[in-house]
Design a protein around this ligand. Structure first.
Ligand SMILES: [Mg+2]
Length: 174
């Protein structure tokens, strides 16, 4: 059975949507979807507020109810019967997120067990056959098949096999 490492933030969890909703709550400002194309959300806010998103990530509760990326539960459930799958998140920078991330995964992906959740400091140790991630920097030391999950911030990156949605992952791997 082949193995897959699946990223959490912005791959199965719509962390950007949660950033936008908390930023709206705190500053009364919304983001134009088109303005986010090819950009990091932190680059679109005043310099003194750039650190707010890292603070959000380490706020207890922030990671507990992030919306799920469409179709991820259905497709992961199918993948789970054909592959050894692991949810991998380099989350140690945000210690308050750790329990939330575990609880979130087991609630929205109830067919997974805690043995399939890997919260780590970086992803260089991952040696699965396939990795699905929205951050190409996580592919740097990875030797298997790399699938870049399309998100606004990586929109203009080239040179990677891409999945634009979980429906596309389903077609690629099932
Ligand atoms: Mg990510």
């Amino acid at each position: 059975m082949q193995s897959i490492a699946i990223d959490m933030d912005e791959t199965i969890a719509d962390t950007l949507a949660k950033f936008i909703s908390w930023y709206r709550r705190d500053f009364g400002v919304d983001f134009d979807h088109d303005a986010l194309r090819g950009k990091e959300i932190s680059s679109l806010v005043p310099p003194e507020r750039r650190g707010i998103f890292l603070k959000y990530l380490d706020t207890p509760g922030f990671c507990r109810d992030i919306p799920v990326i469409p179709d991820a539960p259905e497709v992961l459930e199918k993948l789970n019967s054909r592959y050894e799958i692991y949810i991998c998140s380099s989350a140690m920078e945000f210690p308050n997120s750790l329990k939330d991330k575990l609880d979130w995964t087991l609630e929205y992906f109830p067919f997974l067990t805690w043995r399939q959740v890997c919260l780590c400091g970086n992803k260089h140790l991952i040696q699965t056959d396939i990795m699905i991630d929205d951050r190409s920097r996580n592919f740097q030391y990875f030797k298997g098949r790399k699938i870049l999950f399309t998100q606004n911030h990586n929109f203009s990156e080239t040179g990677f096999e891409r999945a634009n949605s979980w429906k596309e992952v389903e077609k690629m791997l099932l």
